[in-house]
Write a protein that binds this ligand. Sequence first.
Ligand code: TMP
Length: 210
Amino acid sequence: MKRALFITFEGGEGTGKSTQTALLAERLRKSGRQVVETREPGGSPDADAIRQLLVSGDTGRWSVTAEILLNYAARESHLRQTIVPGLDSGAIVICDRFADSTRAYQGYAGGGDKDLIEQLDRNIVDDAQPDLTLVFDLDPCIGLERAGVRGGDDRFERKGLDFHNRLRDGYLVVAQTFSDRCSIIDASGTIEQIAASVWQAVEPHLEDTK
Ligand code: TMP
């Protein structure tokens, strides 16, 4: 029986998630599947407007609580306008970052209120939880260098190495907490090696979607 599938890609800066999101989407489309490729913060016109507020300006522009609220406001629009309609149409929805980014960036790295995050998650994401989450793990020194080469300069990339070390540890805790849906991907290899790990994690979930 045909079943929709919601896959999220997570990880710190420069881990190669966005490249791998595009490669997976292409491979799935080539196999004849319908795919919706999206990203956070953003993914709907209103959420894209909130993204601009989040990624630009001084590093201290928003309190961590404001960041949590802005991300969940954007997520509410994204779910309603893009993710849920995509899943309802039977597509595989692939999302570059989702709620685990708020858990890791604002909760673990930023020291924000984890209970507030879970309360918002129950209200806003509710039962539209990802079926599979790929957590890209990489030494932040390598990731930040890659992001720098790429020309990245958003508020979060400028937060310093301590923040990014807490972020990596936070993602590993998130992967353990939600181990039923999370797979850790070693992001230190070549693009081809990482793509192979991604496919190994995704393939078992595809049977029901054929
Ligand atoms: P990007 O670089 O993957 O496009 O994401 C933009 C930044 O937003 C990135 O540094 C991570 C950050 N972010 C959060 O801090 N919390 C969130 O909930 C999300 C979705 C992203």
